[in-house]
Design a protein around this ligand. Structure first.
Ligand code: 5GP
Ligand code: ZN
Length: 111
């Protein structure tokens, strides 16, 4: 998707602070963190939102979810963390490339 900012981040066309990358998944720090640690896990495949996910995406979504505790720990969130998936305009989604927010630590205002 050429007009998707997260696809551009995956392609390296927009810089980001990478947390993790493999053949299926990319993770990077949120540009406007709402906790001491706040990063997002996204698939390299463009899926607009959780509401657009299909049964064929089951393994990919499971992989993203299972990465959350591992990456959270690597980022220093030893005692726990929060996850958030905003879905659709009514769900507060601003970027329409599915992403799992992972955040914690400090004194989160919204978390
Ligand atoms: P949403 O509201 O769609 O769940 O979350 C989108 C998130 O993407 C927001 O927390 C916002 O700060 C983050 N974001 C938007 N544009 C960029 C960007 O260019 N780089 C990074 N690192 N984060 C971004
Ligand atoms: Zn995209």
């Amino acid at each position: 998707m050429s007009d998707c900012i997260f696809c551009k981040i995956i392609a390296g066309e927009i810089p980001s602070r990478k947390v993790y990358e493999d053949e299926d998944v990319y993770a990077f720090h949120d540009i406007h963190p709402f906790a001491r640690v706040h990063f997002m896990i996204i698939p390299k495949l463009h899926i607009a939102s959780l509401a657009d996910a299909q049964p064929a995406h089951q393994a990919l979504l499971g992989k993203m979810l299972l990465l959350a505790p591992r990456l959270a720990k690597e980022q220093g969130l030893d005692s726990g963390f929060k996850t958030l998936i905003n879905t659709g305009r009514g769900g507060g989604q601003e970027v329409f490339h599915i992403h799992i927010h992972v955040f914690g630590g400090g004194d989160p205002v919204r978390g």
